[in-house]
Structures are given as C-alpha cells and as structure tokens.
Design a protein around this ligand. Structure first.
Ligand code: 5RP
Length: 229
C-alpha cells in the first residue's frame, strides 16, 4: 500500500533539506521510499564533494541506492548508535509526534534505525500531513502467525488486508521474509495505545505506528519550499 499523492518537487525539497542537516563524521540512517531517496542522492553528492559519513540502510532498496551514489555502508547488525536518520512517512499527524510508515514494507528495520538514532528526521511532502492518522497501519507478521494476528487486529477494532505483490501473484514478502497486513483502524484516536496493543501481539514482528520517535519533520511543498516542524 503506497501513498503516492505528493509532488516530486515537494519530496525532493524535503529530502534534500534533511540531507543538508547531516554533518561531517556522522553515522547516518538511510530511509526507504521516494522521498528518502532524494536525501540519499543528495548525501551521495555531498560525499563526492568530501563529506565523511558512514551509513546504515533500512532496506534492500536503500542499500542499493547508497551503493549506486557512493555512500559508504556499515552492516546494521553491527551498529548500536546512529547520529542522524532520515526517512519518509506515509502519514504525519500534524499536532502530535506520531506517524504511519511501512508503505514500502520496510518499517521493521526503519523503526530499528529510528530508535537507534540520536536525531530522527522525517521527510514528507505536504500531502502526508493529516489532522489524525487514518492511513491503514502496516503490520509485519510472521507467516505462521497470520491467522492469529488477523484475529487480534479485528479484536482491536481494525480491518486487516494481506498486502498483495504488485507484479506477481501472491503476497508481498518483506526483506525479513515476513508478510504485511494493512490494517484499517479508521482514525486512530490514541496512536500510543494502539502501538502498544500491536507490539504486545505475539506474531507481530513490527508495526508502522511510529510514536514519539521523530525529532523534526521536514515538509516540502510543490514550490520547493520546506518548513521544519
Ligand atoms: C517505507 C516507508 C516510506 O518511507 C513511506 O512509504 C513513504 O514513502 P514515499 O516517500 O515514497 O512516499 O515507510 O516502508
């Protein structure tokens, strides 16, 4: 499931502005998705100009892009601290520190990197801002736990849909070998409470509610202007 509404100019503006916040010597978390990709490409340009950074990728996709643009990589499994992570979002609650992520099915590693970072910078075009979170919450599920997690989501007031692969028959399989349920909870009144409920469900590997993790949100618009919240 993907929120594709925003303009490319807005995504680029947000991504490049956040890439400018990376300093020499930083260890950087590289997010996944089209907005974070602008940050990764800009970082590659800065590395070519002499910026000295090391990075960890949140997905196969962001690792491949980092290699392509020349950002040096470390293995995430070896990294206990990151200075700054830059990543996109599918929806950002305007008045609260809460996001929905996981449109690219990378939210498990994305959350590890965000939680490991001293500063977590979210990059988004302005179509992602909402008064309340009503975007379906991606839940990564151990395949053998699919039925029980579907039931637990329904018990929690949600409507789960197994994410289907776009280009072939069958479900999306994450980089970690798991499945994804997109769970429609309507407007989530208490993101923190729902996040705890999902985290407490056996069989849930990770969910896409990111609550209290963002240190700043870079919001780009179609004119290329960026506000930082
Ligand atoms: C991937 C994500 C992405 O950051 C999110 O889907 C936003 O992507 P885009 O910038 O392409 O709109 O959470 O799991």
């Amino acid at each position: 499931m993907k929120n594709t509404a925003g303009s490319e100019a807005a995504k680029r503006a947000a991504g490049e502005a956040a890439a400018a916040a990376v300093s020499d010597g930083d260890r950087v978390g590289l997010g996944t998705g089209s907005t974070a990709a602008h940050a990764v490409r800009r970082l590659g340009e800065r590395v070519a100009d002499g910026l000295d950074v090391e990075a960890v990728a949140t997905s196969y996709q962001s690792r491949a892009l980092a290699r392509e643009v020349g950002v040096p990589l470390l293995d995430l499994a070896d990294v206990a601290r990151v200075d700054v992570a830059v990543d996109g979002a599918d929806q950002v609650a305007a008045g609260a520190n809460a996001l929905v992520k996981g449109g690219g099915a990378a939210h498990a590693r994305e959350k590890v990197v965000a939680a490991t970072a001293d500063r977590f910078l979210v990059v988004a075009d302005d179509s992602k801002l909402a008064d309340g979170l009503d975007y379906p919450v991606p839940v990564e599920v151990l395949p053998d736990a699919l039925a029980r997690v579907e039931r637990a989501v329904v018990d929690a007031g949600g409507d789960p849909t197994l994410r289907a692969a776009e280009r072939k028959d069958g479900p999306v399989v994450t980089d970690n070998g798991n499945l994804v349920l997109d769970c429609d909870f309507g407007t989530v009144a208490e993101p923190g409470a729902l996040a705890r409920t999902l985290s407490d469900t056996a069989g849930v590997v990770e969910h896409g509610l990111f609550v209290g993790l963002a240190d700043a949100v870079y919001v780009g618009d179609a004119d290329g202007d960026v506000s930082v919240r």
